[in-house]
Design a protein around this ligand. Structure first.
Ligand SMILES: Nc1ncnc2c1ncn2[C@@H]1O[C@H](COP(=O)(O)OP(=O)(O)OP(=O)(O)O)[C@@H](O)[C@H]1O
Ligand SMILES: [Mg+2]
Length: 394
């Protein structure tokens, strides 16, 4: 006997039944509902799940992986369960309120893992304390606190400790510094890059940093407004570039494929170029396919605001996860060639105008990082990278 779970999404602003997951002990499949297939505005929940009747496999490569936890979420869920959980259990176990995008899972008419909701800001210090304990691999942790962290973590991927937080009526994502292993104030630099991108005209989510005191030690926490919820809280369908390209974790990627998908899906490829340029200049080497995403708007998959853009010191080189036409070593010059501009559909005059806008804000990056709480060492570590970026823009 298979367990059956209903899968819903949002079309327009309406939550609709999209299909069902059938799960046996060893396998899982998904089947679209015939009513969904008849909807004019129906869209494939993931490119790997074509809009046709009949069962489609969910394993070994889960097309709903954006709904499943990534490194950090798995760590917390497995810790809360006290054992290693399988892919579908992990996916269904993610707290409903914080789920990425609009895909939800239901059993017997009740949303899976509809827990006590996400924490509020006042709980953050406690949550960070438990996150630290998990990150350090401690075993003697209060079980209630672990479960609370697990509810807060949701399906948000990534390796860095993080939690959903409700601020007023809105859902935000809080990214924490690691207890050990951060060689500089990573959160302050991430915030500074977001500020700079916004000043240069790149779309980023509303964000802010706050100092949270955990056991007397001040930590910089980065808050990002969730872009997969509308201002009035409606869920917006989301797919990562990894899902869009039917790739798997750890697969390399190439801007050529991301641009190709974006073009067909109705997203702005010139914005992708601006992000690629910014990423090349600041050494955003960890620009893998899960760090780019698309939001469903009307009949298009539009670009989600930029996220998880982080600088690397110049000494770490320029080899990006995401290659450009087969080359992983990227510099501004690589993105200014005729071929590159042609690929992204950027006119040379528009490229020049973007660099003119970027020049002054790039120079102000160290000041901006300091304003977000970066100490002298954290600022100094990145100074040669920023100087090289300013020099490259000329
Ligand atoms: N503002 C946002 N709104 C909604 N979802 C977001 C937002 N920012 C990030 N996400 C989602 O959360 C995931 C994790 O965030 P992020 O990539 O910033 O974390 P990370 O731990 O630094 O990741 P990595 O492992 O790539 O370093 C992203 O892959 C994305 O799916
Ligand atoms: Mg990430």
């Amino acid at each position: 006997m298979a367990d059956v779970y209903e899968v819903t999404t949002v079309v327009g602003r309406e939550e609709v039944l999209a299909g069902r997951i059938y799960r046996t002990r060893t396998a899982g499949s998904f089947e679209y509902d015939s009513g969904y297939l008849r909807l004019r505005a129906a869209f494939a929940l993931a490119p790997a799940l074509g809009l046709f009747p009949g069962a489609q496999p969910l394993l070994p490569s889960n097309p709903f992986s954006d709904s499943a936890p990534d490194t950090w979420g798995r760590k917390v869920q497995n810790r809360a369960a006290g054992r290693r959980l399988d892919e579908l259990t992990l996916m269904l176990g993610v707290n409903d309120e914080g789920r990425q995008g609009a895909t939800r899972f239901w059993g017997d008419g009740v949303a899976m893992a509809a827990g006590d909701g996400v924490p509020v800001e006042a709980d953050l210090a406690d949550i960070i304390r438990v996150a630290d304990q998990i990150e350090r691999g401690e075993t003697d942790i209060d079980e209630v606190a672990v479960r609370r962290l697990f509810r807060a973590t949701g399906s948000l991927g990534g390796a860095r400790p993080k939690a959903n937080v409700r601020i007023g009526a809105d859902l935000w994502l809080a990214k924490f510094p690691k207890p050990v292993g951060d060689d500089w104030n990573v959160m302050a630099w991430e915030a500074a890059l977001l500020d700079t991108m916004a000043s240069a005209g790149i779309d980023v989510p509303p964000h802010t940093t706050k100092r949270v005191s955990v056991d007397g030690v001040e930590r910089t926490v980065l808050f990002l407004r969730r872009f997969d919820r509308t201002a009035d809280g409606v869920r917006v369908p989301y797919i990562s570039a990894m899902t869009a390209l039917e790739a798997n974790d750890g697969d390399g990627g190439d801007w050529v494929d991301v641009v190709d998908f974006a073009q067909v899906a109705g997203a702005d490829t010139t914005e992708l170029w601006r992000r690629a340029v910014f990423g090349a200049l600041v050494g955003n080497l960890d620009d893998h396919l899960r760090n780019h995403g698309f939001l469903r708007r009307a009949t298009a998959w539009e670009l989600a605001p930029a996220f998880d853009v982080n600088p690397e010191p110049l000494g770490d080189g320029n080899a990006h996860q995401l290659a450009l036409m087969g080359t992983r070593e990227l510099a501004l010059d690589s993105l200014m060639t005729k071929d590159a501009l042609g690929l992204f559909g950027v006119k040379p005059s528009a490229a020049g105008a973007f660099l003119d806008r970027l020049r002054p804000v790039m120079a102000s990056l160290p000041r901006c990082a300091a304003a977000h709480g970066a100490d002298t060492h954290s600022v100094a570590v990145m100074s040669s990278r920023v100087e090289a970026a300013v020099a490259a823009i000329g």
